[in-house]
Design a protein around this ligand. Structure first.
Ligand SMILES: Nc1ncnc2c1ncn2[C@@H]1O[C@H](COP(=O)(O)OP(=O)(O)OP(=O)(O)O)[C@@H](O)[C@H]1O
Ligand SMILES: [Mg+2]
Length: 331
């Protein structure tokens, strides 16, 4: 289980949940622009646009949710509260399409708009929720829920909670508790279930109770070749590296080849490929002993740093390629 604390603990924004009507209505600002600016959400949405390539449908959905919360806040100020909306979500998509990344951003936005008190994320998988022996599951699940209260509970590969092939599976017990809390404490906890599309569909079919409590199903598409390239450029830029013209062409070829392999994990595979290219660049530079390196050289990834990858053919011996963890498991 990992817990990611909220970036800031700003307490100045009051929760939407029926906090009542202001004493002096003339002092209320009902200008959505002003409230957005105040909450810092506009800024968060802007960094989301700048730092995450593509994902247009996901970004649109986040804006819609932000608008809903904002209007609910304004409505509450004039006594029109409809109560906090249900915000449990499911994120479906292939490996490395940004589900975990967006969950973190979402928690921050929900916090800034006063929907959750703390805005931290507790990320878990089945093993954190379900025990091995009778009587272990309920306390385990409750402990996780306690940690997540006031923030977001992110359940990765949620379908592993349900194992129909096991007659006596404790996962069911965990699901029952989650269902209760999703219903009764939805003003203080947002549950995000994540996983691959088809398995998630089957999970929802077998667990209609869960499906009916999920207000937002968000699908994360695979990245296009251009988007993967843009992600590579963005990542390199953030690390102060650049590609030579030839390296850029090599990277396009690399991505085309890598994309057709079964272990391909979208943006994560790009990150891994760049890490290995950095390793090769470092080796290449260190091998040039006795020569001063320029700033330009320290920054530049050359074509050979990309082309030494085993993706280009088995004849290239390259021990570090075996370290590629993108094939193993999602983070
Ligand atoms: N749209 C994007 N723009 C830039 N970087 C991205 C984008 N999407 C993902 N990344 C980066 O790719 C990596 C993998 O993303 P993330 O862990 O969010 O994927 P995931 O969908 O949760 O994968 P998995 O299903 O395997 O858990 C992260 O390093 C993230 O920063
Ligand atoms: Mg993930």
């Amino acid at each position: 289980m990992t817990t990611v604390p909220a970036k800031d603990d700003q307490e100045d924004i009051e929760a939407t949940g029926g906090s009542g009507i202001a004493d002096d209505p003339s002092e209320i600002s009902l200008d959505p622009g002003a409230v957005l600016a105040d909450s810092g959400v506009e800024e968060l949405l802007a960094t989301l646009d700048a730092e995450l390539v593509g994902l247009a449908p996901v970004k649109t959905r986040i804006r819609e949710i932000a608008a809903l919360l904002l209007v609910e806040k304004l409505r509450a100020q004039v006594g029109l509260s409809a109560g906090p909306p249900s915000l449990h979500m499911s994120f479906t998509g292939n490996p490395g399409t940004g589900k975990t990344t967006i969950a973190m951003r979402m928690a921050e936005i929900l916090h800034r708009l006063g929907y959750v008190r703390k805005g931290h994320v507790v990320a878990v998988t089945r093993d954190d929720l379900v025990g091995q022996y009778i009587g272990h599951t309920a306390p385990k699940t409750r402990e996780v829920l306690k940690k997540a209260m006031g923030g977001v509970l992110f359940i990765d590969e949620a379908y592993y909670l349900y194992r129909p092939e096991n007659e006596r599976d404790y996962g069911q017990e965990s699901i029952e508790i989650l269902l209760q809390v999703m219903e009764n404490q939805r003003d203080d906890l947002v549950v995000i279930l994540a996983g691959y599309h088809d398995r998630m569909d089957r999970f929802f079919e077998s667990n209609p109770g869960i499906r009916s409590r999920i207000a937002h199903h968000i699908d994360f598409p695979d990245y296009t070749l251009d988007e993967l390239l843009a992600i590579a450029r963005l990542m390199l830029d953030q690390m102060h590296y650049r590609l030579s013209v030839e390296a850029e062409a090599a990277l396009v070829e690399y991505i085309e080849l890598r994309r057709s392999q079964p272990s391909f994990a979208n943006a994560r595979s790009i990150r891994n490929a760049l890490d290995r290219a950095r390793l090769r660049q470092a080796n290449r530079l260190v091998a040039r002993r006795g020569q001063e390196l320029t700033r330009e050289e320290l920054m530049t990834i050359e074509a050979q740093d990309i082309r030494a990858s085993r993706v280009f053919g088995e004849e290239v011996q390259e021990p570090e390629a075996a370290v590629d963890d993108s094939a193993v498991r999602p983070s």
